[in-house]
Design a protein around this ligand. Structure first.
Ligand SMILES: Cc1cc2nc3c(=O)[nH]c(=O)nc-3n(C[C@H](O)[C@H](O)[C@H](O)COP(=O)(O)O)c2cc1C
Length: 185
């Protein structure tokens, strides 16, 4: 049976490396018959959590932005893909803001965790030729989502070397690898 796949894409740039990798992945997943939903944090502004705690009282987040549409998608997702460039050896602030806003689901008792936990994939894109530049961000996802919240990691793709002048995402096989990850689900 087809899965429902949600991608949170944390690059502020459209049509660059992270966006293209996500595009290839989505093509593979859609061709394999899965349904998909993408939140682009380049095209949609998502504010950080302001700790107002209205979610605990009202049952929904007080801030009205692209997270409103994401919450129900995420709840029904079988697989959540976090795709982020590496900024200062970590995920982007845009990605962190979206993750912090998942606190609203947590406060409403609807955060998928433990036995109800999701499958996830992590795509990280760094300028450095050494993929170790993404290690701390990988540690963030495995520490928070796998170890603390019980999600299962279904795959990690690290794209490294994007700062090289002759870097070519397609020729170096990264688009194919992303497509294959989607197609293999
Ligand atoms: C503010 C900033 C910080 C960055 N820090 C790192 C870093 O710590 N390590 C690294 O390998 N690349 C770093 N980069 C390079 C990006 O990871 C790289 O350009 C990546 O391809 C950006 O993703 P995009 O092409 O999808 O926009 C940084 C870029 C910016 C703008």
């Amino acid at each position: 049976m087809g899965k429902h796949i949600v991608v949170i894409e944390g690059s502020p740039r459209v049509a660059k490396n992270t966006d293209r990798v996500v595009g290839a992945f989505l093509r593979g997943a859609q061709e394999a018959g899965h349904t998909t939903y993408k939140l682009s944090l380049a095209k949609n502004r998502v504010n950080g959590c302001i700790h107002c705690m209205q979610c605990g009282k009202n049952g929904y987040c007080a801030q009205k932005d692209a997270m409103e549409a994401l919450y129900p998608e995420l709840e029904r997702a079988d697989l959540v893909v976090f795709a982020s460039p590496i900024y200062f050896w970590q995920i982007t602030s845009q990605m962190k803001a979206a993750i912090d806003r998942l606190y609203a689901l947590y406060m409403m008792g609807r955060f998928p965790h433990g036995d109800a936990g999701k499958q996830m994939m992590v795509f990280l894109v760094c300028g450095d030729a050494d993929p170790a530049a993404a290690a701390d961000a990988q540690g963030f996802f495995s520490g928070v989502f796998e170890k603390r919240l019980g999600w299962k990691n279904a795959g990690t793709l690290v794209v490294s070397g994007t700062s090289r002048p002759d870097f070519d995402l397609e020729k170096e096989g990264f688009l194919q690898r992303a497509y294959d990850l989607g197609a293999s689900l």
